[in-house]
Ligand binder design. Structure first.
Ligand code: PRP
Length: 173
């Protein structure tokens, strides 16, 4: 059974950073009504708290993707298992992610969503792990950058566990 090795970000630190991100996004999107495209499932926790810190109108929507093959790194992402409910044509869209690792999920999503011709498409991620990047992806808003750790908590799982932690931690494995 794996154990929590150390806490990377406390609940307070996460909330403080989300507050800042919410302020910046509210400023950048004032007079607009962005669609927040939350990537299931991990980003739900972040997306919900982010909306609580927005002072602008927004639409929260969800999308789920599935990677194909034994590992995402080998085969990439091939399909959407649950699409957005909203038509994003001519709309301002912000993809909300919990973590960008290899960048493969995000690269796929950017390609798919861009083809629908939104008027703008940006990316907001709570965590960025540039050390694991395989494909270069643009990140417009980020909470924290982390080294090559296996992070869990606050939406991030290990075999579906630990999503409910209020903090983000590293697993001892
Ligand atoms: C995780 C995470 C991102 C993606 C990042 O999702 O939530 O969506 O992987 O990795 P990448 O940059 O290497 O593509 P996961 O597939 O574990 O699904 P989950 O959110 O449902 O846990």
């Amino acid at each position: 059974m794996e154990k929590i090795e150390k806490i990377l970000f406390t609940h307070e630190e996460i909330q403080e950073r989300i507050k800042e991100l919410g302020k910046i996004i509210s400023e950048d999107y004032k007079e607009k009504n962005p669609i927040l495209a939350c990537i299931l499932k991990g980003a739900v926790y972040f997306a919900v708290d982010l909306t609580r810190n927005l002072s602008i109108p927004y639409i929260l929507d969800f999308i789920s993707i599935l990677s194909y093959g034994p590992s995402k790194e080998t085969y990439g992402i091939v399909r959407i298992t649950k699409d957005l409910d909203t038509n994003i044509y001519n709309k301002d869209v912000i993809i909300v992610e919990d973590i960008v690792d290899t960048g493969l999920s995000l690269a796929y999503l950017l390609r798919v969503l861009k083809a629908r011709e939104p008027s703008s498409l940006k990316v907001c991620t709570l965590l960025d792990c540039p050390g694991r990047r395989i494909i270069d992806v643009p990140i417009d808003y980020k909470g924290f950058e982390i080294p090559n750790y296996y992070a869990v908590g606050y939406g991030l799982d290990y075999n579906e566990r630990y999503r409910n932690l209020m903090y983000i931690a590293v697993l001892e494995r």
